[in-house]
Design a protein around this ligand. Structure first.
Ligand SMILES: CCCCCCCC(=O)CC(=O)SCCNC(=O)CCNC(=O)[C@H](O)C(C)(C)COP(=O)(O)OP(=O)(O)OC[C@H]1O[C@@H](n2cnc3c(N)ncnc32)[C@H](O)[C@@H]1OP(=O)(O)O
Ligand SMILES: NC(=O)C1=CN([C@@H]2O[C@H](COP(=O)(O)OP(=O)(O)OC[C@H]3O[C@@H](n4cnc5c(N)ncnc54)[C@H](O)[C@@H]3O)[C@@H](O)[C@H]2O)C=CC1
Length: 294
Protein backbone atom coordinates (compact mmCIF):
# COMPACT_ATOMS: atom_id res chain seq x y z
CA UNK A 1 0.00 0.00 0.00
CA UNK A 2 1.46 3.34 -1.06
CA UNK A 3 1.99 5.95 1.64
CA UNK A 4 -0.75 8.61 1.42
CA UNK A 5 -0.54 10.40 4.78
CA UNK A 6 2.70 11.86 6.05
CA UNK A 7 3.46 13.68 9.30
CA UNK A 8 6.64 15.78 9.41
CA UNK A 9 8.02 17.05 12.69
CA UNK A 10 10.34 20.05 12.23
CA UNK A 11 9.40 22.77 9.74
CA UNK A 12 12.83 24.35 9.18
CA UNK A 13 15.01 24.26 6.05
CA UNK A 14 14.48 20.57 5.33
CA UNK A 15 11.06 19.78 6.83
CA UNK A 16 9.33 22.38 4.66
CA UNK A 17 11.09 21.10 1.52
CA UNK A 18 10.02 17.52 2.24
CA UNK A 19 6.43 18.68 2.88
CA UNK A 20 6.48 20.48 -0.46
CA UNK A 21 7.60 17.47 -2.50
CA UNK A 22 5.03 15.25 -0.76
CA UNK A 23 2.22 17.67 -1.69
CA UNK A 24 3.54 18.14 -5.23
CA UNK A 25 3.08 14.41 -5.64
CA UNK A 26 -0.47 14.23 -4.30
CA UNK A 27 0.43 13.06 -0.79
CA UNK A 28 -1.37 14.68 2.21
CA UNK A 29 1.06 16.05 4.73
CA UNK A 30 1.00 17.68 8.15
CA UNK A 31 3.99 19.95 8.86
CA UNK A 32 4.56 20.40 12.58
CA UNK A 33 6.91 22.76 14.39
CA UNK A 34 7.12 24.19 17.90
CA UNK A 35 7.02 27.71 16.53
CA UNK A 36 4.13 29.27 14.59
CA UNK A 37 6.48 31.80 13.00
CA UNK A 38 8.56 28.96 11.50
CA UNK A 39 5.36 27.54 10.01
CA UNK A 40 4.34 30.93 8.58
CA UNK A 41 7.76 31.26 6.96
CA UNK A 42 7.55 27.66 5.69
CA UNK A 43 4.18 28.34 4.06
CA UNK A 44 5.59 31.41 2.28
CA UNK A 45 8.64 29.55 1.04
CA UNK A 46 6.75 26.48 -0.16
CA UNK A 47 4.31 28.71 -2.01
CA UNK A 48 7.19 30.57 -3.72
CA UNK A 49 9.08 27.41 -4.64
CA UNK A 50 6.11 25.30 -5.79
CA UNK A 51 4.73 28.31 -7.69
CA UNK A 52 8.00 28.66 -9.58
CA UNK A 53 8.18 24.94 -10.43
CA UNK A 54 4.54 24.92 -11.62
CA UNK A 55 5.16 28.02 -13.76
CA UNK A 56 8.13 26.23 -15.40
CA UNK A 57 6.07 23.07 -16.03
CA UNK A 58 8.29 21.01 -13.69
CA UNK A 59 5.37 20.28 -11.36
CA UNK A 60 1.86 19.40 -12.53
CA UNK A 61 -1.35 20.93 -11.14
CA UNK A 62 -2.26 24.24 -9.56
CA UNK A 63 -0.60 25.96 -6.63
CA UNK A 64 -3.79 25.93 -4.50
CA UNK A 65 -4.08 22.15 -4.99
CA UNK A 66 -0.51 21.69 -3.74
CA UNK A 67 -0.97 24.08 -0.80
CA UNK A 68 -4.34 22.44 -0.01
CA UNK A 69 -2.56 19.14 0.71
CA UNK A 70 -0.41 20.68 3.45
CA UNK A 71 -1.69 21.24 6.95
CA UNK A 72 0.45 23.35 9.31
CA UNK A 73 0.31 22.80 13.08
CA UNK A 74 2.13 22.83 16.39
CA UNK A 75 0.75 19.62 17.94
CA UNK A 76 2.00 16.05 17.54
CA UNK A 77 -1.55 14.63 17.83
CA UNK A 78 -2.06 14.37 14.07
CA UNK A 79 0.82 11.88 13.90
CA UNK A 80 -1.72 9.29 15.11
CA UNK A 81 -3.19 8.56 11.66
CA UNK A 82 -0.03 9.05 9.56
CA UNK A 83 1.41 6.12 7.61
CA UNK A 84 4.84 7.74 7.48
CA UNK A 85 6.33 10.03 10.13
CA UNK A 86 9.48 11.96 9.28
CA UNK A 87 11.56 13.50 12.05
CA UNK A 88 13.39 16.63 10.82
CA UNK A 89 14.41 18.47 14.01
CA UNK A 90 17.89 19.69 15.05
CA UNK A 91 20.93 17.46 14.41
CA UNK A 92 21.32 16.42 18.03
CA UNK A 93 20.77 12.93 19.44
CA UNK A 94 19.16 14.17 22.65
CA UNK A 95 16.65 16.44 20.88
CA UNK A 96 15.83 13.81 18.27
CA UNK A 97 15.50 11.10 20.94
CA UNK A 98 13.00 13.18 22.90
CA UNK A 99 10.88 13.91 19.82
CA UNK A 100 10.99 10.27 18.68
CA UNK A 101 9.91 9.15 22.15
CA UNK A 102 6.89 11.49 22.00
CA UNK A 103 6.06 10.29 18.50
CA UNK A 104 6.27 6.68 19.66
CA UNK A 105 3.49 7.42 22.14
CA UNK A 106 1.03 8.75 19.53
CA UNK A 107 1.92 6.92 16.30
CA UNK A 108 0.23 3.78 15.03
CA UNK A 109 2.44 0.72 15.60
CA UNK A 110 2.41 0.08 11.83
CA UNK A 111 3.57 3.56 10.86
CA UNK A 112 7.01 3.94 9.34
CA UNK A 113 9.18 6.29 11.38
CA UNK A 114 11.95 7.95 9.38
CA UNK A 115 14.67 10.38 10.40
CA UNK A 116 16.23 12.92 8.04
CA UNK A 117 19.39 12.94 10.15
CA UNK A 118 22.56 13.85 8.26
CA UNK A 119 24.87 11.64 10.24
CA UNK A 120 23.47 10.07 13.43
CA UNK A 121 23.28 6.26 13.12
CA UNK A 122 19.67 5.12 12.65
CA UNK A 123 20.08 2.30 15.17
CA UNK A 124 20.80 4.88 17.89
CA UNK A 125 17.58 6.73 17.01
CA UNK A 126 15.50 3.54 16.78
CA UNK A 127 16.22 2.91 20.47
CA UNK A 128 13.72 5.69 21.32
CA UNK A 129 10.80 4.12 19.40
CA UNK A 130 8.69 1.12 20.54
CA UNK A 131 8.88 -0.67 17.17
CA UNK A 132 12.45 -0.34 15.81
CA UNK A 133 11.71 -2.62 12.85
CA UNK A 134 9.69 0.28 11.35
CA UNK A 135 12.46 2.89 11.86
CA UNK A 136 14.81 3.93 9.07
CA UNK A 137 16.68 6.87 7.61
CA UNK A 138 15.35 9.01 4.79
CA UNK A 139 18.09 11.51 4.09
CA UNK A 140 16.96 14.22 1.68
CA UNK A 141 19.36 16.80 0.23
CA UNK A 142 19.10 20.58 0.28
CA UNK A 143 17.30 22.26 -1.45
CA UNK A 144 14.82 19.36 -1.35
CA UNK A 145 12.64 20.43 -4.30
CA UNK A 146 15.75 20.59 -6.54
CA UNK A 147 17.85 17.60 -5.45
CA UNK A 148 16.87 14.20 -6.81
CA UNK A 149 18.77 11.91 -4.43
CA UNK A 150 17.48 10.50 -1.14
CA UNK A 151 19.50 8.08 0.98
CA UNK A 152 17.32 5.26 2.33
CA UNK A 153 19.15 3.90 5.37
CA UNK A 154 18.65 0.53 7.01
CA UNK A 155 19.12 0.49 10.77
CA UNK A 156 20.25 -2.71 12.49
CA UNK A 157 16.62 -3.72 13.21
CA UNK A 158 14.84 -2.22 10.17
CA UNK A 159 12.69 -4.85 8.43
CA UNK A 160 13.00 -5.54 4.70
CA UNK A 161 9.32 -4.67 4.35
CA UNK A 162 9.82 -1.23 5.93
CA UNK A 163 12.81 -0.63 3.69
CA UNK A 164 10.86 -1.58 0.53
CA UNK A 165 7.93 0.67 1.51
CA UNK A 166 10.32 3.54 2.11
CA UNK A 167 11.98 2.99 -1.25
CA UNK A 168 8.59 3.05 -3.00
CA UNK A 169 7.69 6.21 -1.09
CA UNK A 170 10.87 7.94 -2.33
CA UNK A 171 10.16 6.86 -5.90
CA UNK A 172 6.53 8.03 -5.64
CA UNK A 173 7.92 11.52 -5.01
CA UNK A 174 9.98 11.39 -8.22
CA UNK A 175 13.24 11.03 -6.27
CA UNK A 176 16.09 8.53 -6.74
CA UNK A 177 16.79 6.27 -3.74
CA UNK A 178 20.39 5.60 -2.74
CA UNK A 179 20.16 2.44 -0.64
CA UNK A 180 22.44 2.38 2.43
CA UNK A 181 22.39 -1.23 3.56
CA UNK A 182 24.58 -0.93 6.63
CA UNK A 183 24.13 1.73 9.28
CA UNK A 184 27.12 3.96 10.00
CA UNK A 185 27.69 7.57 11.09
CA UNK A 186 27.48 9.93 8.09
CA UNK A 187 26.02 7.19 5.82
CA UNK A 188 27.40 7.49 2.26
CA UNK A 189 27.16 10.95 0.72
CA UNK A 190 28.18 12.94 3.81
CA UNK A 191 31.04 10.53 4.48
CA UNK A 192 32.34 11.44 1.06
CA UNK A 193 31.42 15.14 1.06
CA UNK A 194 32.26 16.21 4.62
CA UNK A 195 36.03 15.55 4.36
CA UNK A 196 36.40 17.91 1.37
CA UNK A 197 34.40 20.58 3.23
CA UNK A 198 36.59 20.20 6.32
CA UNK A 199 39.75 20.40 4.24
CA UNK A 200 38.44 23.57 2.55
CA UNK A 201 37.87 25.08 6.03
CA UNK A 202 41.43 24.19 7.07
CA UNK A 203 42.79 25.73 3.87
CA UNK A 204 41.04 28.99 4.86
CA UNK A 205 42.19 28.64 8.49
CA UNK A 206 45.81 28.30 7.36
CA UNK A 207 45.48 31.40 5.16
CA UNK A 208 46.30 29.40 2.02
CA UNK A 209 43.33 30.68 -0.03
CA UNK A 210 40.13 32.67 0.43
CA UNK A 211 36.58 31.35 0.73
CA UNK A 212 35.73 33.02 -2.59
CA UNK A 213 38.71 31.55 -4.47
CA UNK A 214 38.10 28.05 -3.12
CA UNK A 215 34.46 28.27 -4.26
CA UNK A 216 35.53 29.59 -7.66
CA UNK A 217 38.03 26.73 -7.92
CA UNK A 218 35.67 23.88 -7.09
CA UNK A 219 33.15 25.19 -9.62
CA UNK A 220 35.59 25.90 -12.45
CA UNK A 221 38.10 23.11 -11.83
CA UNK A 222 35.85 20.35 -10.48
CA UNK A 223 32.58 21.21 -12.18
CA UNK A 224 30.54 21.52 -8.98
CA UNK A 225 27.28 23.46 -9.37
CA UNK A 226 27.85 25.34 -6.13
CA UNK A 227 30.94 26.23 -4.12
CA UNK A 228 31.72 24.38 -0.89
CA UNK A 229 31.15 27.51 1.23
CA UNK A 230 28.07 28.61 -0.74
CA UNK A 231 26.60 25.17 -0.03
CA UNK A 232 27.71 25.39 3.61
CA UNK A 233 25.75 28.64 3.96
CA UNK A 234 22.49 27.14 2.68
CA UNK A 235 22.96 23.98 4.75
CA UNK A 236 23.68 25.97 7.95
CA UNK A 237 27.01 25.97 9.80
CA UNK A 238 25.20 24.64 12.90
CA UNK A 239 23.92 21.68 10.86
CA UNK A 240 27.41 20.99 9.46
CA UNK A 241 28.90 21.16 12.97
CA UNK A 242 26.13 18.93 14.36
CA UNK A 243 26.76 16.36 11.61
CA UNK A 244 30.52 16.38 12.02
CA UNK A 245 30.22 16.15 15.80
CA UNK A 246 27.90 13.15 15.46
CA UNK A 247 30.47 11.33 13.32
CA UNK A 248 33.33 12.34 15.63
CA UNK A 249 31.49 11.30 18.79
CA UNK A 250 30.72 7.89 17.33
CA UNK A 251 34.15 7.18 15.82
CA UNK A 252 36.53 9.32 17.95
CA UNK A 253 38.58 9.40 14.76
CA UNK A 254 40.60 12.68 14.67
CA UNK A 255 39.92 12.96 10.92
CA UNK A 256 36.38 14.00 11.87
CA UNK A 257 37.25 16.54 14.55
CA UNK A 258 35.34 19.73 13.60
CA UNK A 259 37.73 22.52 12.47
CA UNK A 260 38.14 25.41 14.91
CA UNK A 261 37.03 28.01 12.34
CA UNK A 262 33.66 26.25 12.07
CA UNK A 263 33.22 25.90 15.83
CA UNK A 264 34.02 29.62 16.34
CA UNK A 265 31.56 30.76 13.70
CA UNK A 266 28.77 28.69 15.22
CA UNK A 267 29.57 30.09 18.68
CA UNK A 268 29.35 33.59 17.20
CA UNK A 269 25.91 32.82 15.73
CA UNK A 270 27.22 33.00 12.14
CA UNK A 271 25.12 30.10 10.88
CA UNK A 272 24.87 30.94 7.17
CA UNK A 273 22.14 32.43 5.03
CA UNK A 274 19.51 31.99 7.75
CA UNK A 275 21.31 34.41 10.11
CA UNK A 276 22.64 36.79 7.43
CA UNK A 277 26.32 35.77 7.94
CA UNK A 278 28.19 32.51 7.62
CA UNK A 279 31.05 32.07 5.20
CA UNK A 280 29.54 35.01 3.26
CA UNK A 281 27.34 37.99 4.24
CA UNK A 282 23.75 38.41 2.93
CA UNK A 283 21.17 41.19 2.82
CA UNK A 284 17.57 40.80 4.08
CA UNK A 285 16.47 39.26 0.77
CA UNK A 286 19.21 36.63 0.95
CA UNK A 287 21.33 38.29 -1.76
CA UNK A 288 25.04 37.71 -1.23
CA UNK A 289 27.02 40.84 -0.33
CA UNK A 290 30.57 39.49 -0.01
CA UNK A 291 32.76 37.23 2.13
CA UNK A 292 32.41 37.37 5.92
CA UNK A 293 35.41 38.22 8.12
CA UNK A 294 37.45 35.13 8.96
C1 LIG B 1 29.27 19.09 3.18
C2 LIG B 1 28.55 19.62 4.33
C3 LIG B 1 27.61 18.57 4.83
C4 LIG B 1 26.76 19.02 5.98
C5 LIG B 1 25.76 17.99 6.41
C6 LIG B 1 24.36 18.46 6.29
C7 LIG B 1 23.88 18.47 4.85
C8 LIG B 1 23.34 17.15 4.44
O1 LIG B 1 23.08 16.25 5.24
C9 LIG B 1 23.12 16.87 3.00
C10 LIG B 1 23.03 18.01 2.07
O2 LIG B 1 21.98 18.45 1.72
S1 LIG B 1 24.52 18.61 1.48
C11 LIG B 1 24.01 19.81 0.26
C12 LIG B 1 23.62 19.19 -1.05
N1 LIG B 1 23.24 20.21 -1.98
C13 LIG B 1 24.10 20.76 -2.86
O3 LIG B 1 25.26 20.40 -2.89
C14 LIG B 1 23.53 21.85 -3.74
C15 LIG B 1 24.33 22.02 -4.98
N2 LIG B 1 23.69 22.97 -5.85
C16 LIG B 1 22.94 22.62 -6.91
O4 LIG B 1 22.76 21.47 -7.20
C17 LIG B 1 22.36 23.74 -7.71
O5 LIG B 1 23.12 24.92 -7.48
C18 LIG B 1 20.86 24.03 -7.41
C19 LIG B 1 20.04 22.85 -7.87
C20 LIG B 1 20.61 24.29 -5.93
C21 LIG B 1 20.39 25.31 -8.13
O6 LIG B 1 20.61 25.20 -9.49
P1 LIG B 1 21.54 26.19 -10.32
O7 LIG B 1 22.81 26.39 -9.57
O8 LIG B 1 21.61 25.69 -11.69
O9 LIG B 1 20.78 27.49 -10.48
P2 LIG B 1 20.25 28.79 -9.87
O10 LIG B 1 20.64 29.82 -10.87
O11 LIG B 1 20.60 29.05 -8.44
O12 LIG B 1 18.72 28.48 -9.97
C22 LIG B 1 18.09 28.09 -11.17
C23 LIG B 1 16.61 28.33 -11.04
O13 LIG B 1 16.09 27.46 -10.02
C24 LIG B 1 15.36 28.26 -9.08
N3 LIG B 1 15.43 27.65 -7.75
C25 LIG B 1 16.49 27.57 -6.93
N4 LIG B 1 16.14 26.96 -5.78
C26 LIG B 1 14.82 26.65 -5.91
C27 LIG B 1 13.88 26.03 -5.08
N5 LIG B 1 14.20 25.59 -3.84
N6 LIG B 1 12.62 25.87 -5.52
C28 LIG B 1 12.26 26.29 -6.74
N7 LIG B 1 13.11 26.92 -7.59
C29 LIG B 1 14.37 27.09 -7.17
C30 LIG B 1 16.07 29.61 -9.11
O14 LIG B 1 15.25 30.63 -8.57
C31 LIG B 1 16.30 29.76 -10.58
O15 LIG B 1 15.08 30.15 -11.21
P3 LIG B 1 15.07 31.25 -12.36
O16 LIG B 1 15.61 32.50 -11.74
O17 LIG B 1 13.61 31.34 -12.72
O18 LIG B 1 15.92 30.70 -13.44
N1 LIG C 1 20.13 21.88 6.38
C1 LIG C 1 20.49 20.93 5.51
O1 LIG C 1 21.01 21.23 4.43
C2 LIG C 1 20.22 19.49 5.78
C3 LIG C 1 19.82 19.07 7.03
N2 LIG C 1 19.56 17.74 7.23
C4 LIG C 1 19.13 17.29 8.55
O2 LIG C 1 17.74 17.62 8.72
C5 LIG C 1 17.50 17.93 10.11
C6 LIG C 1 16.91 19.32 10.21
O3 LIG C 1 17.81 20.26 9.67
P1 LIG C 1 17.32 21.71 9.23
O4 LIG C 1 15.99 21.63 8.60
O5 LIG C 1 18.45 22.33 8.52
O6 LIG C 1 17.18 22.40 10.66
P2 LIG C 1 16.42 23.74 11.05
O7 LIG C 1 17.11 24.27 12.25
O8 LIG C 1 16.22 24.61 9.87
O9 LIG C 1 14.96 23.19 11.45
C7 LIG C 1 14.72 22.39 12.56
C8 LIG C 1 13.32 22.70 13.06
O10 LIG C 1 12.93 21.76 14.04
C9 LIG C 1 12.08 22.42 14.95
N3 LIG C 1 11.98 21.65 16.18
C10 LIG C 1 12.92 21.42 17.11
N4 LIG C 1 12.44 20.65 18.11
C11 LIG C 1 11.14 20.37 17.80
C12 LIG C 1 10.10 19.65 18.41
N5 LIG C 1 10.29 19.05 19.60
N6 LIG C 1 8.91 19.58 17.81
C13 LIG C 1 8.69 20.22 16.63
N7 LIG C 1 9.65 20.92 15.97
C14 LIG C 1 10.85 21.01 16.56
C15 LIG C 1 12.72 23.79 15.14
O11 LIG C 1 11.80 24.75 15.64
C16 LIG C 1 13.20 24.09 13.72
O12 LIG C 1 12.25 24.87 12.99
C17 LIG C 1 18.82 17.75 10.84
O13 LIG C 1 18.89 16.45 11.34
C18 LIG C 1 19.85 17.94 9.73
O14 LIG C 1 21.08 17.31 9.99
C19 LIG C 1 19.67 16.80 6.25
C20 LIG C 1 20.02 17.18 4.99
C21 LIG C 1 20.40 18.54 4.66
Amino acid sequence: MAVQKVFIVGGGTMGRGIAQVCAQNGISVVLCDLEQKVLDEAKKQISWSAGKLIEKGKVRGQLDEVMGLIEFGTSLDKAADAEMIIEVVFENLEVKGKVLGQIGEVASKDALVASNTSAIPITDLAAFVPNPSRVLGLHFFNPVPMMAAVEVIKGKQTSQEALSLAREFVESMGKEPIMVMRDCPGFVINRINLPSSMEAMRVVEEGVASVEDIDKGVKLALGRRMGIFETGDIVGLDVTLGSLSAVYEETKDPRWHPPMILRRKVKAGQLGKKTGTGWYRYDNEGKRLGPADE
